[in-house]
Ligand binder design. Structure first.
Ligand SMILES: *Cc1c(COP(=O)(O)O)cnc(C)c1O
Length: 537
C-alpha cells in the first residue's frame, strides 16, 4: 500500500515559489440572498448557517493546475489539507493552518496516509475515509473543523470582537454524536453536549459516547426517540430566555456545528485532491486524464465536496450519486423533481444515508444556477409542499454532472458477501451501496469509490451479509444473544482474523463517565445543561 512520502522531504517547487497564489480571503454568499454581508471563513465556520436559513457558499473558487495537483502526492496528508484550506481563501494564517491540520490529521489516524487509496479489485479504487478515531468518514471533517472553529473565535477576539465561548449542542441517532465529541474534546473556547435516545442506539454506539474523554463535554441519554431528542435540542436553540441565561451566567452561545457548516466541507474537498494525486503517483490514473467517482450519499456533503474539487481542477468525468432505499436523490437526478410528499422513510443497513432532506443539495442548486431567488423559492416549496421542481436549464446541468442510482437493502448485503468472497476485502453497508453502484455504471475510466466506514462500525449487518441472512430476517439465536463487541469478534474469526479498530476493541476496558438519563423534552435538556454548567463553575 502506498503511504505518501515522508514529511522530511522538500516541499514541491510551487509551494516554495509561492506560485499557488496565496489567495486573498474569499468571502461567502448566502444561497438565499438574504445575508448581503459577505463574511469571511472565520465568520461562516462559527455561524454555520445564514440568518434566513440559507447556506454559505464561496463567492468564487480558484482552480489548481495539474502540476500543482499531482505534486500534492509529495506532501504528508496534513499539508495537503492545509494547502486546500489556504487555496479556498480561509482567513487563518498559513503557519497556523499547517499547525492545526498537523493536529487534525496526525497520530489520531491509524494509517500514515490518513486517507489512502487501495485497489481491492482491478480498476476499483477505494478511498478509505475511516482511519480516524471513530472509524467513519465524519472524522475527516470533524477532526479538523473544530480546531478551525476554535481558532476563528480566537482570531475574531484578537480583532476586537467580544465573542462568548461556544457550546455545541448535538442530538444524535448514533455515529455523528461520537465523531463530534471526538472533534470538540478539549478544544479551546468551545464545549459540547450530546443527547442521544437512551433506547435508540446500539450498545457499541452508547459505549462509545458514554466513555468519551475530555473536560469540556457531557453526554446525556434521553427518554424518547431520535425525533424527540432533536425537537428538544431545537427548542433549546429557540428559547430566547435560556439563551440569555447562558450568555449572562456563563458567557456561552449555542452552536450546532452540523454537516451544512462550510467548515466541514473544506477538509472533504481536500481528500479528493489527495486521492487523485495518489492515483497519479501510483499509475492508477494518468495526470490530466479523468476518473469517475462514486459516493454513498445521504446529506449530500461528501459528493458536493467532490463537485467542488472538480470545479477546482480535479478531472472527474462522472459523479455517481449512490443511494440506498431512501432514494429521493436518485429520482431527483433522473427527473429534476425533488418530492418527499408521499415518500416513506425506510430503515436500511446504511443508516447514515437514511435521509429524506439532503440539506447540502441547496449548495449544488445555487452553484448550478447562481440565482438566490430561485433557490429560495425551491426551498420554500420544499418546506411548504414537500416538493420542488427545478427549471430545464438547471436540470440539464444536473444531468450533465451527475448520475444517480440506488441499491436495495438485500443487494447491499449481498454485495458485501460477494466482494469479500471474491477479493477478501470487507465492505461496510454504506460503502457496499457505492461499490454496487460503481459496478453497474463503470465504463472505461478508472473509478474511485468513497469508502465511508470501517466494517466494524456496522457489525450486525456485516455478520448477516457474510452468513447470507436477509436484512429483515433476525439473527440466529446464538448470535442474537451476543453483545455488539462479541459479534465483532465473531466476524473477525469468520473472516480469518480481520482486525477490529482499537477505538472499538478498547471499549470493553473504558469506564462509563456519563450515566445521566433525562427526559427528551426542552425542559429535560435545559435541566441537564444547567446542572452540568453549574457543576463546572
Ligand atoms: C454521513 C455518512 C454518509 C453520508 O454522507 P453525506 O455527506 O451525508 O452524503 C455515508 N456513509 C457514512 C458511514 C456516513 O457516516
Amino acid at each position: 500500500m502506498w503511504a505518501g512520502r515522508p514529511s522530511g522531504l522538500p516541499a514541491p517547487f510551487f509551494l516554495l515559489s509561492g506560485t499557488i497564489p496565496r489567495m486573498s480571503t474569499i468571502t461567502y454568499l448566502d444561497t438565499r440572498g438574504l445575508d448581503q454581508s459577505e463574511p469571511p471563513f472565520t465568520h461562516v465556520v462559527i455561524e454555520g448557517i445564514a440568518p434566513g436559513g440559507g447556506l454559505f457558499v464561496p463567492r468564487h473558487l480558484p482552480t489548481l493546475g495539474m502540476d500543482q495537483i499531482t505534486s500534492l502526492a509529495q506532501l504528508p496528508y496534513s499539508r495537503r489539507a492545509a494547502l486546500i484550506h489556504s487555496v479556498v481563501g480561509v482567513d487563518i494564517p498559513e503557519d497556523r493552518l499547517n499547525a492545526l491540520t498537523a493536529l487534525a490529521f496526525g497520530s489520531n489516524f491509524d494509517h500514515e496516509a490518513v486517507a489512502p487509496v487501495v485497489e481491492p479489485s482491478p480498476g476499483m479504487h477505494v478511498l478509505e475515509l475511516w482511519h480516524g478515531p471513530t472509524s467513519a468518514f465524519k472524522d475527516m471533517a470533524l477532526q479538523c473543523m473544530p480546531l478551525l472553529f476554535s481558532e476563528s473565535i480566537a482570531i475574531r477576539r484578537a480583532a476586537g470582537e467580544a465573542l462568548d465561548d461556544y457550546l455545541v449542542l448535538v442530538a444524535t441517532s448514533g455515529d455523528t454524536g461520537k465523531a463530534a465529541l471526538e472533534g470538540f474534546a478539549d478544544r479551546a473556547n468551545t464545549s459540547i453536549v450530546v443527547f442521544y435516545p437512551a433506547d435508540g442506539v446500539s450498545d457499541i454506539q452508547q459505549k462509545q459516547m458514554v466513555t468519551q474523554r475530555g473536560a469540556n463535554l457531557a453526554v446525556f441519554g434521553a427518554r424518547g426517540n431520535f425525533d424527540d431528542c432533536q425537537n428538544a435540542v431545537k427548542a433549546v436553540f429557540n428559547d430566547t430566555a435560556f439563551n440569555a441565561e447562558l450568555h449572562d451566567r456563563h458567557r456561552l452561545k449555542l452552536s450546532s456545528a452540523n454537516s451544512i457548516n462550510w467548515g466541514r466541507l473544506v477538509p472533504q474537498i481536500a481528500y479528493y485532491f489527495s486521492a487523485y494525486a495518489d492515483m497519479v503517483a501510483t499509475g492508477a490514473a494518468v495526470a490530466g486524464h479523468p476518473i469517475d467517482v462514486c459516493v454513498p450519499t445521504g446529506n449530500f456533503g461528501n459528493i458536493l465536496a467532490c463537485f467542488y474539487a472538480r470545479r477546482m481542477g480535479v478531472p472527474v468525468r462522472r459523479l455517481l450519486c449512490a443511494s440506498n432505499e431512501n432514494n429521493v436523490l436518485t429520482d431527483f437526478i433522473r427527473t429534476g423533481v425533488y418530492d418527499i410528499s408521499t415518500r416513506p422513510f425506510v430503515t436500511t443497513p446504511s443508516p447514515s444515508m437514511d435521509i429524506l432532506i439532503s440539506s447540502n443539495l441547496e449548495r449544488l442548486l445555487y452553484e448550478l444556477c447562481r440565482d438566490p431567488e430561485r433557490v429560495a423559492s425551491w426551498m420554500h416549496n420544499l418546506t411548504t409542499f414537500k416538493r420542488f421542481e427545478i427549471d430545464p436549464a438547471t436540470f440539464a446541468q444536473v444531468q450533465e454532472e451527475f448520475e444517480g442510482d440506488f441499491v436495495t437493502n438485500d443487494e447491499s448485503l449481498e454485495t458485501i458477501r460477494r466482494v469479500f468472497s471474491e477479493t477478501g476485502y470487507l465492505l461496510d453497508p454504506h460503502t457496499s451501496v457505492a461499490w454496487e453502484t460503481a459496478v453497474r455504471h463503470r465504463r472505461e475510466l478508472p473509478i474511485l469509490i468513497a469508502s465511508t466506514a470501517h466494517w466494524a462500525k456496522f457489525g450486525i449487518d456485516v455478520y448477516k451479509a457474510l452468513n447470507g441472512i436477509r436484512y429483515h430476517d433476525v439473527l440466529p439465536p446464538h448470535a442474537a444473544g451476543m453483545s455488539g463487541l462479541d459479534l465483532l469478534d465473531e466476524v473477525s474469526r469468520m473472516t480469518g482474523g480481520l482486525s477490529i479498530p482499537r477505538n472499538l476493541s478498547e471499549l470493553r476496558q473504558l469506564p462509563a463517565r456519563f450515566t445521566h438519563v433525562v427526559d427528551a423534552t426542552a425542559a429535560g435538556a435545559r435541566g441537564a445543561l444547567r446542572e452540568w454548567l453549574s457543576s463546572r463553575a
